[in-house]
Ligand binder design. Structure first.
Ligand SMILES: *Cc1c(COP(=O)(O)O)cnc(C)c1O
Length: 404
């Protein structure tokens, strides 16, 4: 499948280049909500151009290895990631489960995870369910991401019969929107290598890390720039899962990347999990389109997220983590506002704004107007809080990073 279409240039203002069509009035109306929805970046809508591109995709049977569009996408992602092979799957949850299952052989065994990570908190206990693995959950001392000093004392090594030996370390990048510094990953990888422990990254949003790295280096957001940045980030890892349906805006799909032997094994388990798919070409093509046309827009979602964070801070909110990419964790308690109060006020606007938690996620279809309205609503609310209410809210448990 050809990927020769020119990438869009990043818009001067985030989201102001949404001129595409969306398959009729109902979807256009829905897009108005998507543009004002800060729950997550999975809600992005495929564009007509994306769907039209998919209509020209191959229609072979991928279980037989006969779908050209799927194979082309896997090859493209493997190349971008600097790995030998890629496997397209339904979801990032499936990619993580397949990675754990493919890396581990015979229990007892354990996996080290960040206690706030998606794999630990939000994947229905998959490591235990599919791989009989104990999850050994650690909380980073720096409050942001795990470093070697968090992990090393916790490794379970040797043949002590009381332990489930550590076989795998799973990191997450970005985690809570924060880019994990490559130097810290390198130090973890060195340590893991000394003990023969494998390293996987849940890179659902590692595209955002790559976009941030390209921006920091003044690079170009095309395949060459992305390939250089992504391969560098993923070099220390044996495997990575890369989500296509979050910020990139494919309707579904994630890719697992790694060496060929591991990916062959994962392909086998994918079949056993019931995840082998037949005429997958149109889904692959939509993801292929997203890589070409939507990846270059991530950098602007980051700018919009930073604008949101700056304006919230100026309004008196605290911001709980560095805004490296597209997420803003905020707390309005310094203003005497509870999260529920803020959420309800935004939901009651003439054009409602949707929040899920104190995690605000910006995506490539978020409207700058929604950002402005969100901040304005908080400013207005803050002007009408009684001293009594302020004291009550400030005495409550502080907001935190991570999944609820
Ligand atoms: C969303 C997400 C996943 C799972 O993605 P699905 O495709 O919904 O299964 C995994 N890890 C992280 C960090 C995520 O944000």
């Amino acid at each position: 499948m050809s990927t020769s279409a020119q990438p869009l240039q990043p818009a001067t203002d985030p989201a102001d280049d949404i001129t595409e069509a969306f398959g009729g009035a109902a979807n256009v109306a829905h897009l108005r909500h998507v543009a004002r929805d800060f729950r997550t970046d999975t809600i992005t809508m495929p564009t007509d151009a994306q769907v039209a591109y998919a209509a020209r995709a191959s229609r072979g049977d991928d279980v037989e290895g006969e779908d050209a569009s799927t194979t082309a996408l896997e090859d493209r992602i493997a190349r971008l990631a600097g790995k030998e092979a890629a496997l397209l799957c339904l979801s990032a949850t499936m990619c993580n489960a397949l990675a754990v299952r493919s890396h581990l052989a015979q229990p007892p065994h354990s996996v080290i995870v960040d206690a706030r990570s998606h794999t630990f908190k939000n994947e229905a206990g998959g490591a235990a369910l599919f791989s009989q693995a104990t999850s050994h959950a650690l909380t980073p001392k720096n409050g942001l991401y795990l470093v070697r000093e968090d992990i090393e004392p916790e490794l379970q090594l040797g043949y002590d019969v009381h332990t489930a030996p550590t076989r795998l370390i799973m990191l997450e990048d970005t985690i809570n929107g924060v880019v994990v510094p490559p130097a810290e990953v390198a130090r973890i990888a060195d340590m893991a290598g000394e003990h023969g422990i494998l390293l996987h990254v849940d890179g659902a949003r590692v595209w955002n890390s790559a976009a941030a790295a390209i921006e920091a280096q003044g690079g170009v957001h095309d395949d060459a720039g992305l390939g250089a940045a992504l391969a560098e980030i993923l070099k220390p890892y044996h495997t990575a899962s890369l989500c296509l349906s979050k910020g990139l805006g494919a309707p579904l799909g994630s890719a697992l990347v790694g060496d060929k032997r591991l990916i062959d094994r994962a392909r086998w388990f994918r079949k056993a999990f019931g995840g082998a798919w037949r005429q997958s070409g149109q889904m692959a093509a939509q993801a292929d389109w997203a890589l070409t046309h939507h990846f270059p827009r991530l950098v602007n979602t980051h700018k919009l997220a930073r604008r949101l964070a700056d304006e919230l801070q100026a309004a008196g909110c605290s911001i709980l983590a560095p805004v490296d990419t597209n997420m803003v964790f905020f707390d309005a308690a310094p203003l005497g506002l509870s999260f529920d109060r803020v959420k309800a006020a935004l939901a009651a606007l003439d054009e409602p704004i949707t929040l899920g938690s104190n995690r605000l996620v910006v995506h490539h279809q978020t409207s700058p107007q929604a950002v402005a309205d969100l901040v304005e609503t908080i400013r207005t609310l803050a002007g009408s809080v009684s001293e009594e209410e302020k004291a009550r809210v400030r005495s409550q448990k502080p907001a935190a990073l991570g999944y609820r």
